[in-house]
Write a protein that binds this ligand. Sequence first.
Ligand SMILES: [Zn+2]
Length: 674
Amino acid sequence: MKRFTRMTILAALCVPLLITATSAIPPPSVRALAGTPLPGERWDPGSMRLPFGPQVCEIAADSVHSYDALHLEIEIQPDIPADLFDAVVTMSVVSNEDPLSQLSFHLAGCTIDSILADGEAVAYSAAGELVTITFDNPPPLGDTVDVTVVYSGLLRGNNYFGGMIYSSTNDVLYTFGEPYTTRYWLACYDLPFDKVTSRVTVIMDSEYRVLSNGVRTEEVEIAPGVTRTVWDNPDPISTYLISLAAHPYAVIDGGTGGENDIPVSFWAYRPDSAQAAYEFGRTAEMIDVFEGLFGPYPFNKYDQAMAPIFNGWGAMEHQTATTYGYRLVEYGGRTFESIVAHELGHQWWGDMVGPLTFAHIWLNEGFASYADALWAEHLSSSAFHGRMSSFRDSYMYEDNNELRYPIYDPPPNFLFGSAIYDKGAWVLHMLRYLMGDDDFFAGLQLYGQTYAYGSATIDEFQGAMELASGLDLDSFFDEWIYQAGYPIYHFSNLVPRLQGDGTYTASLELYQSQTNAPIFTIPLPLKFFTSGRDTLVRVEVAPERTQTLNITGLEFSPTWMSYDPEQWILALADVTEVAEGGEGVPRSFVLSSPWPNPFNAETSLEISLPRRGEWSVDVFDLLGRRVARLADGVQAPGVHRVLWRPDAGTSSGVYWIRVIAPGGEATRRVVLLK
Ligand SMILES: [Zn+2]
């Protein structure tokens, strides 16, 4: 699922600019949905955060309940003029108890006509959103029973975010059920882990084309002006992903994608047909790209249908049948192609592998958001970094202005918050950095294959990634998933030193200033420079707020460093103190006496620099002729050792070593004895 706020729309629109400029962040007062009501639509941006009522809090769920739902046979007959629908739903379930004396399922806001068990009427009671039936003949453990519920419900207006919705303005009938509103139109066990197969039959006015999950097996006029459409879905599906969308759609052939030639179609408002064909036009190519990264597309077709979902500014990854906000199409220019990628990514992450409970919603939204970035990466490196930058900006905006919370089990109002989506994408990006591309994508595919058509937890995902990489990822998941926030790094006092073997070490002070967050231990990519040379080093970080990083094996004396030049880490970082002189940086320029002196093979001096700048170290003979240059270019503050190893042609005698550097200049006398 993806819905846009003004902030994220700005970020999306600013992608090409983010390389060089930071998008303006609007004040909280305008951070509401960007859509304005169309005539006849009521719109309440304030309802965004609590659209579902208290049932959102029903995060906890057992993976085992008294029965296992196998299949849903769903027949819906909408009556649009009356704002009603009639439904006959048969749940095939297997008893997990011996015997199963009672059975509870979800149904809310509907009027029950009758309930049958294997064709016989049974007694039932309703409380809240649960309906409980009491069997006259309780099925024993392992027996299958068909429970048929005959009921009617309300078509809700487009200002609702759940149930079965009819927008008169758009003339679209559609459903929305995440996390817990499928029960407002469908009698079912409405928690995500108990997947079913499904068949959706819709009987309605023939002017509508009806889309649902799976493959259409029937579309016939059964009476003048009345058509029955049947969609068979043979693949396990979570109830929140069961959907229908109906409108006088133009159905556009989008070609085929993937190694199994998955058919792709776009269900467009007729006046928007050409625009939709363009906006969705690269879907088949996206399937190819994602198959290369995630493994085979897991279902037998992929459709996208325009609807006024989230007032036209959002989308929902209904299994094989994404519902896509019409305004995202009409905006044009493939501005929101990232949402096409996001919802397609969900077909693997969320649909093929679902969350055991919505406490694990990161497995859906962080992954779909990263899929969106991976599509951008397929297009260009700058597009990729633009997406990741916009994710970082959105997350830090939410973190600064709304709430800091962990990715695992977020507060109900932030189930679809920026930390889940945007920080969530960054967490995957950092895992990719830790594991390397080969292991990262192998781990993703291992996770996908292991839990395909079922449900998973974040812990199980961690296990798959550890198996693929051989890494212990406990501290990574603890810091980034189970705790909140992000690191703020301050680097200072880069001090290189020459070692006996001719290599250099460097020490660097690191201070993490974040509060209400853990100390982060992800190794840091640091790039060290001297004039004309550089090297990228992965530096281990200890779980300490203040520490000295020790970098060894450098082939040159670094004069400067840059933090995370390839943008792998979600953090704020301050490297200015490396130049400006933090704690431990010399207060003034000091040149030591050479040692040894006199010398034969080599001698050295220590030079203390209070700040970064141009320097030179030269050797002159008594006639003032320069015989060697020992150092030049830009040097960092710190204490530097400079070595003079005269070549064979240098004769015995007295020489002067002259240092010109920020903060001063000085000369030392040295005697070479051959
Ligand atoms: Zn999503």
